[in-house]
Structure formats: structure tokens, C-alpha cells
Write a protein that binds this ligand. Sequence first.
Ligand SMILES: C[S@@+](CC[C@H](N)C(=O)[O-])C[C@H]1O[C@@H](n2cnc3c(N)ncnc32)[C@H](O)[C@@H]1O
Length: 445
Amino acid sequence: MASSSTLKNESSSSTEEMNLSTLARATSLSTGLALRTLHRSITCKPISCSSTLYSLTSINPKTPLFLRSPDFTATLSDFQKWQNWAKTLALSVNSSFKDSDNGPDSEILLRELSWLIEDALENPQSLSTGSQVEVLRLRADLGDLYTLWKQRIEIRRPFQYIVGCEHWRDLVLSVEEGVLIPRPETELIIDLVCDVINQNVDLKGGLWVDLGTGSAAIAIGIGRILGDTGRVIATDLSPIAVQVAEFNVKRGVYLGENRRPWAVQLIRAVSGDSVTCEHDAVVEPAKISGEGDNSKDGSKDDELKVSCLYPTFQLKYFDKDKIAVKQGSWFDPLTEFQGQVAGIVSNPPYIPSGHINGLQAEVGRHEPILALDGGENGMSELLHLCNGAAFMLKPGGFFAFETNGEDQCRFLVDHMESVYRNSFYDLRIVPDFAGIRRFVTGNRT
Ligand SMILES: C[S@@+](CC[C@H](N)C(=O)[O-])C[C@H]1O[C@@H](n2cnc3c(N)ncnc32)[C@H](O)[C@@H]1O
């Protein structure tokens, strides 16, 4: 589930379990940052806003800011006024958020500000010294930029909700209030699935389920690596998550390893992806001229390598036969597939209820409680998923569940070994990139 710049400094009453989770999250954040320089800090809307959202059942998922049309203008001087104001606000924070709940300090906020500027300007280079441009084209109204940055600092609305997206593996996923911002450590689930299906072609062509899909990060990640006959069903109880997941499935964006405007990049696309270049500044060695152009330049058979000056490529991902999103509680929408599922993956809510108040403001006040709260000891949903796996998986079927760390992993494995002694084999606890024992995996007998 959640991670990153998440948890508040613990009070003296903290349990060992809580310290462990704090460590896990802090470590996973720094690893995420180390692994990917452009990985943005985890950020989010006050509890009152979250509660309002729970009464909402319908939203209009939004395109990430950097992909919106540059329909607005501002003079260079007005934009610079905003920039200076935003910088002053960021600097005023100093280490106060960090000291109170391990939130972002001024340095992180200034980095976010530069990302916001990159996303909001049609041509960020026009800010560079020597540029003659007097009027800038923007993807958001300057007045809205004032509001957004105020929200970032004053109510600690997460940066990802401000710019409307999160970078996760090689995807850019739309996110907004009501859906969890996908975390770096969860990316490893795709690698675990990749290893398993490479060893077992039967699983590659089977039905995979992503339970509690949120933004559909895991479902899309798995959809990309399955064979022609394999497919994914993603479920979530939250109607907002279901709508955002469907939006991401239908309209994905694939950006390659490093997102830097105006840098020459290599973009890899799996054969069959439909690729559209939004800007026509495509350079050697390969060319993409329009949708569906799968021309190759000598790269691996299933890859398309292209270079371009602005790495904004859209891939239309999958139809409903490849990735379907269904609303409902855990296995409820899947009863017809009992005993037939090739793989089950989930990153369920696993934070103990009593720890929710101690979360970093961006997380606790803004991300959906439904995505965070795992019941009294954080295990309620995880245990439900383990029990369901015994009924839903076909023989040889694989599961991978994300947990809060060591204690929850051990608890799950003990539960499965004692209650389902003959139902599973090859039960493993797998560490995340930071070395935290994070995932439990295994196969159905
Ligand atoms: C920790 S979030 C994970 C989201 C996403 N898979 C990810 O990794 O970014 C847990 C998700 O489980 C969903 N959820 C909570 N209770 C559920 C239930 N009973 N049935 C299905 N989904 C549920 C939440 O809405 C949330 O999207």
C-alpha cells in the first residue's frame, strides 16, 4: 500500500510494529528517490475533503497537467511574479513539515515547484536567460497555479494530485483525490510476476487479477507483460478508483526511463502498442510518424526504439478483453472464475487503524482511508485475500501480496502454513528494493 514520505514521527507510545513500518516507508522513499531521480515525493487534501469524496460516486478523471493543451497565456513578467511568490512560500516552510510529521522540506518543495513549472509551461525553455519570449503559453490558468501552489503548502495537498499524475515504472498514471498514489516499492510486483510467467507459459496465457487496483498501476503493468491470450481483471470497491483505473487503462502514457522535456530519448514500445507522437519533433534513428507505426531500428524483435525531442508518447493500451475493471469487494466480482485464476496480486490497505492519525499530512489528510486502513492490526484485508487465494487460484497458480513489512509477512506465512497446510507451496517472503521484507508470494498446490 502506501509508503514513502508517509509517517509522522512516532510518539512515545509507538509499538515495535509501528517503528518497523515507519522505517520501511522512510527507507522505501529514499530508495525510490535514489533509483529514479525524477520520482516525485509522495504528497495529498484534508480529511474533510476525503470524507466528502466518499459520498461521491462519479468523477470526471482528468488528463495529467503536462498533457493538457496550452490554452492559457501569461506575460513573462506575470509568470515570474508567480514563480517568485511560489518560491518564497516554499522557502518559508523550511524544515517545519519535516519536523512535525516527516513531510517535505523546502528543498523538496522547490524541486516540486520546478516540476510544476515544467508541466504547466508549453515550452519551459522560454524561461531560460536569453529567451526573447514575452508571452508564455500555459497548460493551466495563472490564477489556478496560485491556487494549486497555495493548496500544496497550506493544506499539504499531494503534489501528484496537483499535477494530476504519478510516474510509476515506465507509465504515467492519472491520479486524483479518491485514488491512492501508486508507490515505488509496489513496482516490484510486476518484476515478480514477470519472473513467474517467464518460467511458466501456462500462467502467461491465463487470467490474472489485481485486487484493489486503485489507479490500475499493477493491472496495466501486468497487462503489458502477458502473452496474447493472457488477460487481467482489476477490481476495486471504490467507484472513484474504478473510474480512474478505467481512464488509465484506456488512455495510457508511456514515457521511457527519464522524463525530461527537450531531451533526446529512447522510448521502448512493445509490439502491438499503438503509438502517437504528440509533438512532431522526432529525430533519428527511428521514426514515428503516426499511430500504429511499428517501424524498427534493429532493436529487439518486440521493441520499437525511437528518439524524439519531446518524449510525450501516448499508448492506447488495452481493450476490455485484455484488462477489464470491475467494481466490487475483493473476489466478489470474480465468483465465476473460482479455481481458474492463474495469478492474484494485491497491494491492499494494511496500515493498522490506530496508526492512521500518525500519518504524514499529505497521506493521512488526503489519500482515501479505504486505501490505507487495514483494520486493528492491519491484517484484516490481507487475511481475507489469503483465504480467497486458496479458492480462486488454479493448481500451480501464483499469488503476490504486498504488506507493511516483516511482521505482517511472517503472520501471513504462518497463517497459510497452519490453516492451509496442503493448499500452497513455495511460500516466500520477498524484500523490496530497500531490503524491507515486503511481499508474500506462493503457488497453489
Ligand atoms: C493500498 S491501495 C492500492 C492501490 C493500487 N493497487 C496501488 O498499488 O497503487 C488499496 C486499494 O484497495 C481498495 N480496496 C479497499 N477495500 C477494498 C475491498 N473490500 N474490495 C476491493 N478493493 C478494496 C482501495 O479502494 C484501494 O484502491
